[in-house]
Design a protein around this ligand. Structure first.
Ligand SMILES: [Zn+2]
Length: 50
């Protein structure tokens, strides 16, 4: 069984935390995803934050 941890995804441009998700604890490196940011009003890269 793999433990999962809750993380937030923050826009790398305005640093607003827009999304929450979970990932496997043993995953290496930080997750980056392209998602819509309501503050920037367009798709931006979102990075994992604690
Ligand atoms: Zn943004």
């Amino acid at each position: 069984m793999s433990e999962r941890v809750e993380i937030s995804l923050a826009c790398t441009e305005c640093e607003t935390r827009n999304y929450k998700t979970t990932r496997k604890k043993e995953h290496e490196g930080q997750i980056t995803l392209k998602k819509h940011c309501p503050r920037c009003n367009r798709h931006t890269v979102h990075k994992e934050t604690k």
